[in-house]
Design a protein around this ligand. Structure first.
Ligand code: MG
Length: 384
């Protein structure tokens, strides 16, 4: 099935111009190729695990905070709205958004930093690269190939950033980092939707946890006026709903601005195809200068007020220790991993490939949910 192409802009990705899958497959009957990508992502094991992976708050801290799963759904929702307004490929942007964090370790960024440190001698650990590794290699559920065999366009979107060292080894999806070319507009959009989503839901979760207050938020120049207006319009509104109204307004404003600024940038560059988009010296999906500045200020605010908050830092330190302990214990005795992982690591280590064996351990740890990582830590400590 192909998209109703008259509804898509000439610079949107289309199945007809897709660079295809690594292993050829017959076309799907009822869906487009990008819809099939999305469905494979939703059916993957890594996707289901996102429900028990930390965004900012560790899973056991409360049932109402965002997890990687609800974060990914919010990214997809924001990206789809903007994609439709810009006549981009909504199915593709949805697939990229749902897959973008599949490679995340347990315990959010703290877990990733710790694993990167453990892997320093063996090529490091980058979560974007790991998301691609999950869909290209680690998922194991199809008879004819390893991974999910996604289209080039979805894989390109998943690999947001990448060091040149790694880009060299990646083939087709690594090329653009070496050639300094752009990704397609759907990939650019999913990237910014990610930032809009986490900035806003972290404000919401920050307020809910009590670690961030409305008074603190009102110190930001661009939030003072909306907060005052919300209180004036609804004088008896309880603080929790003042926060919800504020977040709702911020998301709406950011998405409207993103669509308007991107539409203007697209009109100015006037690309007639995805290849023309890729060849441009800069991306076209971006907020206006004023809102880019606001996004930056909000990001800094969240870093100082929330991510550096002693309670979050305490969790961060615990996460770091857990990941290090897991890595050291599993490297010291591969048999503490399930049979298949243990056999792979042992075979590589015996062949003298230390980095390969370390990567098996890193893949195993990265795939863990928060609670499985904690359970494994406890049983390793107990010597079981
Ligand atoms: Mg994300």
């Amino acid at each position: 099935m192909t998209e109703a192409q008259n509804e898509l802009a000439p610079y949107a990705a289309t199945v007809a111009h897709s660079r295809g899958r690594r292993h050829a497959e017959p076309p799907p009957a009822l869906r487009t190729e990008f819809q099939r990508d999305r469905d494979r992502i939703i059916h993957s094991t890594a996707f289901r695990r996102l429900v028990y992976k930390t965004q900012v708050f560790v899973n056991y801290e409360g049932d109402l905070y965002r997890t990687r799963l609800t974060h990914s759904l919010e990214v997809a929702q924001i990206a789809r709205t903007a994609a439709r307004a810009l006549r981009l490929n909504e199915d593709l942007v949805e697939a990229i958004s749902l897959a973008h964090d599949l490679g995340h370790t347990p315990f959010g960024h703290a877990g990733q930093d710790a694993l990167n440190e453990c892997m320093r001698e063996h090529g490091g650990f980058e979560h974007n690269l790991q998301s691609l590794r999950v869909v290209d290699h680690l998922e194991d559920r199809y008879a004819s190939f390893r991974g999910l065999n996604l289209t080039f366009e979805t894989r390109e979107g998943i690999l947001k950033h990448c060091s040149l060292k790694h880009a060299l080894k990646l083939g087709d999806v690594g090329r653009r980092f070496l050639d300094r070319k752009q990704a397609g507009l759907e990939a650019q959009l999913a990237n910014i939707a990610d930032e809009i989503a986490y900035n806003n839901h972290d404000v919401d979760d920050g307020l809910r946890s009590g670690l961030v207050t409305l008074e603190q938020l009102a110190t930001l120049p661009f939030l003072e006026e909306p907060l005052r207006r919300i209180k004036r319009t609804h004088p008896k509104l309880k603080p929790q709903l003042q926060g919800s109204e504020l977040v709702r307004e911020m998301i709406g404003r950011l998405v409207a601005d993103l669509v308007a600024a991107s539409a203007a940038a697209i009109a100015a560059a006037a690309p007639q195809s995805v290849d023309e988009v890729r060849a441009l010296p800069h991306g076209l999906i971006e907020s206006s200068a004023a809102l880019r500045e606001e996004r930056l200020l909000l990001k800094r605010f969240l870093r100082d007020a929330l991510y550096m908050h002693p309670r979050v830092q305490q969790m961060t330190a615990q996460a770091r220790d857990t990941v290090k302990l897991l890595f050291e214990s599993l490297t010291a005795d591969y048999d503490r991993m399930p049979d298949e992982h243990a056999a792979n690591a042992k075979a590589l280590a015996t062949a003298g490939d230390e980095a390969g064996a370390a990567r098996v351990v890193a893949d195993y740890i990265a795939g863990m949910t928060d609670r499985f990582a904690l359970q494994t830590r406890d049983s390793l400590r107990a010597g079981r």
